[in-house]
Design a protein around this ligand. Structure first.
Ligand code: PBG
Length: 326
């Protein structure tokens, strides 16, 4: 024999189904949602068609649709009515996230509510921490992050996800949660978070663009490949239960490296710019949205992500349920 016949195992739909080893399920996905302080708000985000900012009084129908699609995990992002230099809306007992958690848990107690722990949506300057001159003071910021995380726990969050990229935040948040009695509340850390232009549409959605400068002194440099392991390693040492890579699509190599290296669940955040590109291409009629989104999700699975945070989540779950994708 001169060569192998790989086509044997591709010969029919049933054969391909038999030999495949990757699966997509609604429960793999986390759907990010934007909630805004106030009433009567349901505003579509221009660069993210199909995604909205909701005030809590307008959220109920959407929650029902999400629940019925089979999605069981949400990631909450808040847009407060007021911002100040220390982002006090982020840890206010009746802040938008704290109220949002209570609202969702009251209607759907089994929905897993994950909260993004960061300050950029709440600070008047849009940076992810406390400013000292033009830079973010790391250690002072840790105290605020700890307060934010505990306030989310008190409101009933199921998991906290720090995304600020300060050093030592997982250690500080773990200590604060433990001291407050939340020893069983897990931390999903945005361990490997690059300073990325793929977050552009999110910053429009959450009104969180920095008012000056950029986030390059705290988010990671994509020109460096070694830091990813170091960041993930340290977060695990500090007490992270799940580690995340963000963005997802351009960083499949990083997901794979972490999955090979660490025996914990790996999450991938398929971010706003990745979503916007697909929606734009689909709107132009240039790509097949369902097929491309499905292929991307399998790519993330293949790289090693078991949890996928994506704005496509509700639609994906609906496609899976109706048998439109497999
Ligand atoms: C908060 C945060 C951001 C995103 C998630 N959490 C914005 C940023 O870091 O600038 C981006 C998510 C997305 O683009 O979908 N720091």
């Amino acid at each position: 024999m001169q060569f192998n016949r790989h086509r044997r195992l591709r010969s029919s739909h049933s054969m391909r189904n038999l030999v495949k080893n990757l699966y997509l399920e609604a429960t793999d996905f986390v759907l990010p949602i934007f909630i805004e302080e106030g009433t009567g708000v349901k505003t579509e985000i221009e660069s993210m068609p199909g995604q909205y900012r909701f005030s809590l009084d307008m959220l109920q129908d959407e929650l029902k649709e999400i629940w019925e699609s089979g999605i069981r995990s949400l990631m909450l992002f808040g847009i407060p009515a007021e911002k100040d230099p220390v982002g006090s809306g982020g840890y206010a007992e009746n802040g938008i996230i704290q109220e949002g958690i209570r609202f969702i848990k009251r209607i759907y107690p089994e929905m897993l509510v994950i909260t993004d722990v960061c300050m950029c949506e709440y600070t008047s300057h849009g940076h992810c921490g406390i400013l000292e001159g033009d830079t973010v003071n790391n250690d002072e910021t840790l105290e605020y992050l700890a307060k934010i995380a505990v306030s989310h726990a008190e409101a009933g969050a199921d998991m906290v996800a720090p995304s600020d990229m300060m050093d030592g935040r997982v250690w500080r948040i773990r200590r604060a949660l433990d001291e407050a009695g939340y020893i069983n509340l897990p931390i999903m850390s945005y361990s490997v978070k690059y300073s990325s232009a793929f977050y552009g549409p999110f910053r429009e959605a959450a009104d969180s663009a920095p008012s000056f400068g950029d986030r390059k002194t705290y988010q990671m440099d994509f020109r460096s490949s070694k830091e990813a392991i170091l960041e993930a390693h340290d977060d695990l040492k500090e007490g992270a239960d799940i580690i995340m890579v963000k963005p997802a699509l351009a960083y499949l190599d990083v997901i794979k490296t972490l999955d090979d290296r660490f025996d914990v669940p790996i999450a991938a955040y398929n971010v706003s710019g990745e979503y916007a590109m697909i929606k734009a291409g689909a709107k132009m009629g240039w790509i097949d949205e369902k097929k491309i989104v499905t292929e991307k999700m399998y790519a993330l699975k293949r790289a090693g992500a078991s949890i996928i945070i994506t704005y496509h989540a509700k639609e994906l779950a609906q496609w899976i349920a109706s048998g439109e994708i497999e």
